[in-house]
Design a protein around this ligand. Structure first.
Ligand SMILES: [Zn+2]
Ligand SMILES: [Zn+2]
Length: 171
């Protein structure tokens, strides 16, 4: 079984990292619009390192997106997984947290068909996955990440990491 890890950290800016091409999460689906109903196409993603919306650092990012042409619009079925790095709330040690998400969305051809997500297919025929993916992945991030379920944390008196050593306060 594979799973995903997202590295999350805040860069404090709204700019994409200089060395990351901007189009990695942009899908050109314009050609699907002209296909008949029932046509579908899959897009795969595989990036060792990816920054999503300038705030989610993801490693081993993998995913597959299936786009189906329907009467109302393009239906997206997406599955992603990756790893992120977070600090354990008990011992403050860095820990790798696997994240995965699956979602379906309709990109409607017209306002009449939009679902509650309110997504319309952009006129340029390109879907920008980044904001959508960010939203879904943020939901997967644990509020209180732990390096392991039984993390013993730090000693309140001397600050010793009790996973590594037992201090005089805990004998
Ligand atoms: Zn810990
Ligand atoms: Zn202690």
């Amino acid at each position: 079984m594979c799973y995903i890890i997202l590295n999350i950290y805040s860069t404090g800016t709204n700019q994409a990292p200089v060395n990351q091409p901007h189009h990695l999460l942009r899908l050109n689906v314009g050609f699907i619009i002209g296909q008949s109903i029932g046509y579908h196409r899959e897009f795969t993603f595989d990036h060792p390192q990816l920054t999503i919306s300038s705030e989610l650092e993801v490693s081993d990012f993998k995913g597959v997106v299936r786009i189906d042409r329907t009467q109302q619009g393009l239906v997206m079925q997406a599955k992603f997984h990756g790893n992120t790095r977070l600090d354990c709330v008990r011992c403050l040690g860095e820990t790798v947290v696997p994240l995965q998400t699956e979602f379906d969305e309709l990109f409607a051809f017209s306002k009449r068909s939009v679902t509650e997500s309110g997504l319309l297919l952009p006129e340029d025929g390109h879907i920008d996955l980044e904001p959508i993916l960010r939203e879904y992945l943020m939901l997967e991030i644990p509020i209180q990440p732990l390096c392991r379920p039984d993390c013993k944390g730090l000693c309140a008196e001397c600050g010793e990491n009790l996973n590594e050593r037992v201090c005089e306060h805990h004998t």
